[in-house]
Design a protein around this ligand. Structure first.
Ligand code: MG
Length: 285
């Protein structure tokens, strides 16, 4: 199943996208947000499945007619993994890491599909990063790697937009990663049961029709079980937390010549098994 958040009456409301491309409003079965839906666990999924089967006369919107938001518009945690593709580690000249590099983006950076990525005036090197992300269903502390699938609600797409000059100004990457609008996410969360192998998914970045990143999640150095165990060895993972697993080779700064983001760019992250995340780029006014 595919789950979205969409705008209705000025609020982010939860929806289920039916196979024929209609959005069903999950408020009809008592859910006020997608986060609350995920927190409600397997019982919520069963109710949603039944709701979709009943072909309700309840509100059904054409997908094109709704304004999609990021599936979790204000995640409690948006955790990112750096240097996690073999091909990207190689292009940056970094060693294959022994320990995952972890940073985060604040919820204020999150935008939905179609929303503008705003290039800050202060950065000369805004860059793109196509990423595959997983969403926590059942939370926990000290999760055992082998039990990883008990904790994954589903998968989505993130563009880890990065101001390279701010990222590199100090050893801490955070300030280059979390400008407002620097975390496009969506267009939906695909539930885990729909993806046979999350470590064998094609992933691409396309800007203005040109493919700039083209890889597969099999290149991931630290995979979902490793990441769940490592992260939860330090802190509690909660339902709706999002972990963006890192970007493959082909980012702007590593190209010759560098290819940074420009106003007017049409940026698409594509993971065919999930969908496409498309955002326009504008200059800060
Ligand atoms: Mg990244």
């Amino acid at each position: 199943m595919r789950f979205v958040s969409f705008e209705a009456e000025g609020q982010a409301v939860p929806g289920l996208v039916s196979p024929d491309g209609k959005v069903l409003d999950l408020r009809s079965i008592g859910f006020t947000s997608l986060l609350q839906f995920i927190e409600s666990g397997s019982e919520a999924l069963e109710r949603a499945e039944q709701f979709a089967r009943e072909v309700p006369e309840n509100p059904r919107h054409a997908l094109e007619a709704v304004k999609l938001l990021a599936p979790i518009p204000k995640p409690r945690k948006l955790i990112c993994v750096g240097l996690n593709y073999r091909d990207h580690a190689a292009e940056t000249g970094a060693q294959i890491p022994a320990v995952p590099t972890i940073f985060n983006k604040f919820a204020t950076a999150v935008i939905g599909p179609g929303a503008e990525i705003i290039l800050p005036r202060v950065s000369k090197s805004p860059d793109y990063e196509a990423e595959f992300a997983f969403v926590i269903g059942r939370g926990g502390r000290r999760i055992v790697a082998e039990n990883w699938s008990d904790h994954v609600f589903g998968y989505t797409i993130v563009n880890d937009v990065t101001a390279r000059d701010y990222q590199r100004a100090t050893s801490q990457w955070l300030m280059g990663k979390t400008f407002d609008t620097f975390a496009p996410m969506g267009p939906w969360i695909v539930t885990a049961d729909e993806i046979a192998d999350p470590h064998d998914l094609d992933i691409q970045m396309e800007i203005n029709g040109e493919i700039l990143q083209d890889s597969n999640t099999r290149e991931l150095i630290f995979k979902i079980p490793d990441l769940l165990a490592f992260l939860s060895s330090v802190f509690t993972l909660e339902p709706g937390d999002i972990i963006s697993t890192g970007t493959p080779a082909g980012v702007g700064f590593a190209r010759k010549p560098p290819r940074y983001l420009h106003p007017g760019d049409d940026v698409v992250v594509r993971i065919p098994a999930i969908g496409e995340l498309r955002n326009p780029v504008v200059a800060e006014k």
